[in-house]
Design a protein around this ligand. Structure first.
Ligand SMILES: NC(=O)c1ccc[n+]([C@@H]2O[C@H](COP(=O)([O-])OP(=O)(O)OC[C@H]3O[C@@H](n4cnc5c(N)ncnc54)[C@H](O)[C@@H]3O)[C@@H](O)[C@H]2O)c1
Length: 240
C-alpha cells in the first residue's frame, strides 16, 4: 500500500485529501501546524496514520516528516504539499512586509524545503503541489500570494524536468476559490460568494471533493506519463 505524506492535513483541502487516501488504505504521514485538529483526524483515521506537528517554513520539519515516513512505513511514495496561507487582501503597494515575508516563507519556501526532503527519499513516486489559479495569472489584491503560487508552479515544472527519468512525477493542482476556511467558509453569505465567483464561468466555489478528485487523479500510479502539469480545478477560469 502507498505511503502518503500530506502537509496542512488538519483542515480544508488537506483533510479531504487525507480522508480520500485513507479510504484507499494508504499509510499516512500527516503534518500541520495546528495540533488539536490534526490529532483528532488521526485518531479517527486509525492505525496506519502518524502525525507530526510543525511549520512547513522550517526545512528541518520538512526533513523530519520524510524521516517519519521512512522510519514508520519504510519509504515514501506520494507527497501532497498542501499547507498554505493567504495574506489579507491589499494592493501590492499596501501589503505589509511581515505578511509578504510570511506568505513567501510558507507558500513558496515551504514547497521548496518539502521537495528537497522528499525527492531524495523517493524511488518512484508522485508529488502534488497545491498551487492556485493565482499561480497561473494575476490576482488583484493577492499579489504576494500570486507571486508565491507562481513560484510553486515554477518549482513544480523544474522538479518534474529534473526527475523525469527517475520515475518521480511532479504536478500541481490549481484551484480557484474552494469551500474551506481559507476562502472565508465561516463568513459565507450569498453576496460574498457572488462577489468571489464573479470571474468564474461556473459562478460557484469548488467543493473540497472536486479538488481532492484532481489530486487523486495526479497521484494515481496508472497516471504514469503525466508530469510537470498544472491542473486547473477552476470552473472554467483557465479557458478564458
Ligand atoms: N480554499 C481555496 O479557495 C484555495 C484556492 C486555491 C488554492 N488553495 C490552496 O490550497 C491549500 C490548502 O488550502 P485550504 O483552503 O485547505 O486552507 P485551510 O486554511 O482550510 O487549511 C490549511 C491548513 O494548513 C495548515 N497550515 C497553515 N500554515 C501552515 C504551516 N506554516 N505549516 C503547516 N501547516 C500549516 C493550517 O493549520 C490548516 O490546517 C493552500 O496551499 C492554498 O493556498 C486554496
Amino acid at each position: 500500500m502507498s505511503v502518503v505524506l500530506i502537509t496542512g492535513a488538519a483542515a480544508g483541502l488537506g483533510e479531504g485529501i487525507a480522508r480520500a487516501f485513507a479510504a484507499q488504505g494508504a499509510k499516512l504521514v500527516l503534518g500541520d501546524i495546528n495540533a488539536k485538529p490534526l490529532e483528532a483526524l488521526a485518531a479517527e483515521l486509525g492505525a496506519d496514520c502518524v502525525t507530526m506537528v510543525g511549520d512547513v517554513s522550517d526545512p528541518r520539519y520538512a526533513k523530519a516528516l520524510v524521516e517519519l515516513a521512512v522510519d514508520r512505513f519504510g519509504g515514501l511514495d506520494i507527497a501532497v504539499n498542501n499547507a498554505g496561507i493567504v495574506h489579507d487582501p491589499a494592493f501590492i503597494s499596501d501589503i505589509p512586509e511581515a505578511d509578504a515575508r510570511r506568505v513567501i516563507e510558507v507558500d513558496l519556501l515551504g514547497v521548496l524545503w518539502a521537495l528537497q526532503a522528499q525527492i531524495p527519499a523517493m524511488k518512484n513516486g508522485s508529488i502534488i503541489n497545491i498551487a492556485s489559479v493565482a499561480g497561473l495569472s494575476g490576482a488583484p489584491t493577492l499579489g504576494v500570494y500570486a507571486a508565491a503560487k507562481h513560484g510553486v508552479v515554477g518549482l513544480t515544472r523544474t522538479a518534474a524536468l529534473e526527475n523525469a527519468r527517475r520515475g518521480i512525477r511532479v504536478n500541481a493542482v490549481c484551484p480557484s476559490f474552494a469551500r474551506t476556511a481559507m476562502a472565508g467558509e465561516a463568513r459565507h453569505s450569498k453576496a460574498h460568494e457572488a462577489e468571489m465567483t464573479r470571474g468564474i464561468p461556473m459562478r460557484r466555489l469548488a467543493s473540497v471533493a472536486e479538488v481532492v478528485r484532481a489530486v487523486m487523479f495526479l497521484a494515481d500510479p496508472a497516471n504514469s506519463f503525466m508530469t510537470g502539469q498544472t491542473l486547473g480545478v477552476d470552473g472554467g477560469m483557465g479557458a478564458m
